[in-house]
Design a protein around this ligand. Structure first.
Ligand code: DAH
Length: 338
């Protein structure tokens, strides 16, 4: 390129920049002329091929071209987007009001339970939603033919694992991890069942499991006193518990646990079908077979377990008539929970 051609190139580039209509066009020209692979850097790179005696004048002209192009680009506001416009603050505008959130009723029940059982020495244990059939069924003394293992009740995964149907497998994990008693834990978490959603059912709900195992004798009376304390702390109003005989594969004996009806305080009303009691939890003394599955000797350890639904407590405590309200995150509903 001769010096004359170079001057023509410069004039053309400056004309192009002057004519650029918007930021996009300016950016394109910046790339074209002074970008890393632009034509001006290419000229600088090509300097070594310019005859030696012409090089100083040529170099000067290229540098001048570059400076003028950069100045022209800057004058058109190139790079303005990157550095941003000068910030302007209008101090007279009203502030932006971030609406305060409220604790979700399910979170609150779980936090309350952790606090209440915490006062009795229970810590919070955790387990995964995806479980093995061993932890969810076998170790809990639930045989393969038990209806709860049915494909129509349990979400089985393709790798022969499953979505836990209860928080009880955390009992197994806790005992296996502890290696030896005592253990005293509650385990809140999500559980899954192939239920059709309606006002009282959800395919994905929450439970809180409890487990106490010790080398000193643990009795059903211990279980009852702990759940009675929990009932009163959680529901207030001097709520108590009653036990009714039941069956669970992983406890022997097993009981269903009722709390004093929160509506009539035990007098009998339509909600509790005149009984004065509301069914809340399942519980019992840990079955010897469960201990054997985790390698513990049922002759030297004993314990109790219990499990209840978080949604059920939240619905009763806060008067929520439909379980689906707990999952819709409708602010009009959640604000009433504040
Ligand atoms: N896992 C039982 C359920 O989902 C609840 C339950 C009952 C848990 C008795 C326990 C228990 O730990 O001892 O229905």
């Amino acid at each position: 390129m001769t010096l004359e051609e170079l001057e023509q190139g410069k004039a053309a580039s400056l004309a192009e920049i002057a004519a650029a209509a918007d930021a996009e066009a300016i950016e394109k020209l910046r790339v074209k002329y002074v970008g890393r692979n632009g034509s001006i850097p290419a000229l600088i790179k090509g300097m070594k091929d310019v005859p030696k005696e012409e090089r100083p004048a040529f170099g000067k002209a290229v540098q001048a071209w570059r400076a003028e192009v950069e100045a022209a680009l800057a004058a058109k506001g190139a790079g303005a987007r990157a550095s941003g416009p000068a910030e302007s603050v209008d101090a007279t505008l009203p502030g932006r009001w971030g609406e305060p959130g409220v604790e979700h009723p399910l979170s609150r029940v779980i936090a309350d339970a952790a606090r209440i059982f915490g006062k009795l020495g229970f810590t919070v244990a955790d387990g995964p939603d995806i479980e093995t059939p061993f932890n969810n069924f076998t170790a809990l003394n639930t045989p393969p033919h038990h209806p709860s293992q049915d494909r129509s009740d349990t979400f089985w995964l393709t790798n022969d694992q499953l979505l836990r149907t209860q928080t009880s497998p955390v009992q197994i994990r806790t005992m296996l991890a502890a290696k030896q008693p005592p253990v005293r834990v509650i385990c809140p978490g999500r559980t899954y069942r192939r239920d059709t959603t309606d006002a009282t059912h959800s395919a994905n709900f929450h439970q809180i499991e409890g487990l106490y195992v010790d080398t000193k004798p643990v009795s059903l009376a211990d279980l009852k006193s702990v759940l009675a304390y929990f009932a009163n702390e959680m529901m207030g109003n001097g709520a108590g518990v009653r036990f009714r005989p039941h069956f669970f594969p992983f406890t022997e004996p097993s009981v269903e646990v009722d709390f004093t009806c929160h509506v009539c305080k035990g007098k009998g009303c339509a909600v509790c079908k005149q009984s004065g009691w509301i069914e809340i939890a399942g519980a019992g003394m840990v079955d010897p077979r469960v201990f054997r599955h985790v390698g513990w000797d049922p002759d030297t350890v004993s314990g109790y377990a219990f499990g209840f639904g978080v949604e059920r407590i939240a619905m009763i405590k806060y008067g929520i008539p439909d379980i689906r309200w707990l999952y819709e995150n409708d602010l009009r509903f959640l604000k009433q929970m504040a």
